[in-house]
Structures are given as C-alpha cells and as structure tokens.
Design a binder for this molecule. Structure first.
Ligand code: TYD
Ligand code: MG
Length: 453
C-alpha cells in the first residue's frame, strides 16, 4: 500500500513545511500550521470534473493573436483596474475585510453582466432573502440566478446544466468538497475547492469571480495558494467605517498590477469616484505637527495621501507602529534619521499612519515619513501647502523617484505651493505657483523644514 504523505501548510501564507512547528518559517505567524494529507490518487480526476470539454493541442505560431473579448462590469473604474474588463475564462479573486463591500460590488457588477449573459450567484454565507434585499436596495431588476449552496460538487453539476457565463462564489472559504475531509475554511478545503472551480472555468471558458476573506494580517485565509491559482487578485482597502474604498489589483495576468480604482459607499451601493486624487486628505483647518502630504504614483495615476506621525516619550520598550506602510521600513528610516541627521528616537514611541486606510508600498514615501517624524518630535508644524516625495537610501542620500513631473503637476493642480523633492528629480522648467526645493541629502530636507516652518 502506498504510504500517505503529509505536509504542514501555513493558514496565513500558504507555505508548506515537512515538519510541524509552532511558528511558520515563512511569514513568522504563530500556530498557523495545519496538517494536510497529500492525495495519492493524482492520476484520476475528481468526479465533478469529468465529461468537461477536452483541452485542445494547438500550435503556438498558428494561433491568431485574437484580442480576447472583454466583458464590461458596468463600472468603468473597476474595468480599468481589471485591465479593460473581464476576460473570458478568467478567474478573479476579490479579497477584503468583512463588511467592506465585496458582495455589494459583485452584485452591482453582475447586474450589468447579466444583461447579455446568464450569471449565477452562489452564496455560502447569506440566504436568498438577504441577497435579494441587497439587490432591491441597489435597485437591481435583472434576473440573476441565485443558489445558496456550499457543496462544491453540486455547484459544478448545476453549472454544467445551466452553463452560466459568469459564476460568483461568495465566499470561497465557505465551500466544501468531497475531495477533502477537513473543516470548511481550512487550507485543504479552500485549495481543493478553488482548484476544481478554476479548472471548470478554464475548460468551459466561464468567468469565475471568487470572494475571499482577509484575516487580520491582511492575507486571505487559506490564502497565497489561491493567489497563485487565479488570473487576477483584487484587494479592497480603506476604513470599513469611512466612506471611501480602494480596489487594488495586486496581481493581474490581463492588465497592470497595482492599478487602483476608488469607490464611495453610499445609500445605493458603491459609486465610482473618477477623480480621487485629493479625497484622502484630512483637510484640517489648523494643521498640527506630525502631518505631511505626499504624492504617490503606484497605479497609473497620481494620488495625494497624508502621512501622520506621532512621536512621544516612551515609558518602557519604545513602540514602532506603522499603519498602511511597511513596518520594517520604519525601523530603517529611524536608523537613518539617527545616523545621518542626529535625530534620536530610541526613547520615543513612534506611530505612523496613512490617512483614509490606504496602503502605500512605494519607497517614495521615505522622505515624507521622515519629515513627519521630525515635525512631530520637534513640534514643528509643516505648512499645509507643502508636499514631498523621495526615497532615502542607507547613506542618507535622497534618491529620485519615477514620474516626478507628473506628481508635481498633480500637486500644483490641487493647490500645493512648495515641494521638497530629490535633487535628481529637479524639473527643467519652473512650475507656475510652485516652489521646488531639491535636496540631495536627508539632512538638507530636515534643515529646510526646521528653518522654514
Ligand atoms: P457587504 O457587501 O455585505 O460587505 P462584504 O461582502 O465585504 O462583507 O457590505 C456591507 C456593508 O456595506 C454594510 O455595512 C452595509 C453597507 N452598505 C451600504 O452602506 N450601502 C449599500 O447600498 C449597501 C448594499 C451596503
Ligand atoms: Mg459578503
């Protein structure tokens, strides 16, 4: 008899280990390893996937470069994030915190998709009444097919019968398959369900939209494994209590990554915000110390975001907390501040926050973060009409960033009057109404701040 092989998979990041351990060696989370049995029967297909159309062998050079048809979701911003709409046979994973608006967004998109195609909404979380109530609230009149079901084999069987063009699975963590004996939401269940659904979608050219929950760490539960399987991954960002939501493509086989779209949650669902560049600013009447605006350009459009820092006397081990920015990078920035500008924070708690619940992963945020820290520590108010951007290297030099010109013009359009930027990004022509302070080193930026604010 073949020996069954087991593996230990991390629930948070999906990394597999040969041995059990208290801590995942990859993501360093504690108590997240789960034992899974690796199936020996790899040659036989699951029952549910039999009698699907066979894959066709083709000669690559003979395939016409046909621009794949894209279906519009009716939300132009979402289409743009997807790279121009939904591609036939593509699998999209939509992740986000509970209550952020995943089901709402998908229902709104289905209403449009359903006008020319059959669509099927599978919910394992909500009853038909709940979904129908939401549809009424959103003013949706289309006849979208609905089924409250969690049993994967039944869902695939039903799909084979009614052949929908678009299937929504809300959410993948509630689905169970006969292939796996473990509990719903466990790594094996989530992975096996997603794999079968993906295979079904690919072989029948069906668009599959999977909704997934995000755990506290920000990753989907049972998670990264899914990211590998699907064609595109969209994540919701934003404060669940706030009005605005950002949808970011973190992976996209059919479009640009990091593309974002912004929505506002209102009485009648999510409304698109087509010019979001300044909505995330807090617009304080009387600016206080520790806050500064930067222009990010992670997506194909510039966005003004406000970074806030709070530096306060620590009693005990100093805390370093960063919300919306990379925590490790904060330690590095504090070390650079000390080494190259003599600003010591070893006896201070340092908190950093990006206003509006957005995430900024660009290193162009270095300069703003560090200036905000200095502003809070020295209690110097940075004028609200100032912006900055720039990457700061380990030797204290301020390095140029991409698309500086575009960032500057966006800031100027929004009424900002002074920009502290890397010397390497100094514009050739002066910008009307905007004073540019090019800096080669961090200490120059700090000096300017301390002398002029
Ligand atoms: P939902 O789509 O159910 O979130 P998720 O599927 O991500 O868990 O959205 C839930 C929140 O959105 C809920 O707090 C109510 C709010 N909401 C509105 O504010 N306006 C609306 O039109 C709808 C449908 C929901
Ligand atoms: Mg939901």
């Amino acid at each position: 008899m073949a020996k069954t092989k087991v593996e230990f998979v991390c629930r948070e990041c999906g990394a597999s280990h040969h041995q059990w351990a208290g801590q995942c060696l990859d993501c360093k989370e504690w108590n997240t390893l789960e034992e899974i049995v690796i199936s020996q029967a790899t040659s036989s297909k699951p029952e549910s996937l039999k009698d699907l159309p066979a894959s066709k062998v083709q000669n690559l050079t003979e395939i016409k470069a046909q621009n794949k048809d894209r279906l519009s979701t009716g939300l132009s911003e979402l289409d743009r994030t997807l790279g121009g709409g939904l591609v036939d046979g593509s699998v999209v994973l939509i992740g986000g915190d509970p209550g952020i608006g995943k089901s709402t967004l998908i229902l709104q998109a289905l209403a449009k998709l359903n006008s020319d195609n059959t669509t099927l909404y599978v919910s394992g979380e909500e009853s038909a009444e709940q979904v129908s109530e939401r549809a009424i609230r959103l003013g949706i009149k289309e006849d979208i097919l609905f089924i409250g079901e969690t049993h994967l084999e039944k869902i695939i069987k039903l799909s084979k019968d009614i052949k929908p063009k678009v299937i929504v699975i809300d959410s993948i963590q509630t689905m169970v398959t006969d292939l796996s004996a473990s509990a719903p939401g466990s790594v094996t269940q989530v992975r096996d369900c997603a794999a079968q659904l993906t295979q079904y979608a690919k072989q029948t050219n069906t668009i599959l939209l999977m909704i997934g929950h995000v755990t506290k760490g920000g990753a989907l539960a049972g998670p990264r494994i899914l990211e590998h399987m699907v064609d595109a991954v969209l994540y919701f960002e934003g404060d669940a209590g706030g009005r605005y939501r950002i949808i970011r493509a973190v992976k996209n086989r059919f479009g640009a990554v990091n593309e974002i779209s912004v929505f506002a949650m209102g009485e009648k669902g999510l409304q698109q915000v087509s010019n979001p560049s300044s909505i995330f600013l807090s617009n304080q009447e009387n600016p206080s110390s520790g806050s500064m605006v930067m222009v990010t350009r992670e997506a194909t459009r510039p966005l003004l975001v406000e970074i806030q820092a709070l530096v306060d006397q620590s009693n005990g081990t100093p805390k370093r907390v960063s919300v919306g920015l990379d925590q490790n990078r904060l330690a590095l920035q504090l070390a650079i501040l000390h080494k190259h500008s003599g600003i010591a924070t070893f006896d201070q708690d340092v908190f950093i926050n990006v206003v509006g619940g957005i995430k900024v992963s660009e290193t162009a945020s270095d300069l703003v973060v560090m200036l905000s820290i200095v502003s809070s520590l020295r209690d110097k108010v940075i004028p609200s009409k100032w912006i900055a951007f720039g990457e700061v290297g380990l030797t204290g030099e301020v390095r140029p960033v991409y698309n500086a010109q575009e960032r500057l013009s966006e800031a100027q359009k929004q009424g900002f009057e002074l920009a502290i930027i890397p010397k390497g990004n100094e514009p050739k022509k002066s910008i009307k109404g905007m004073q540019v302070i090019p800096v080669g080193y961090l200490y120059q930026a700090i000096q300017y701040l301390l002398e002029n604010s």
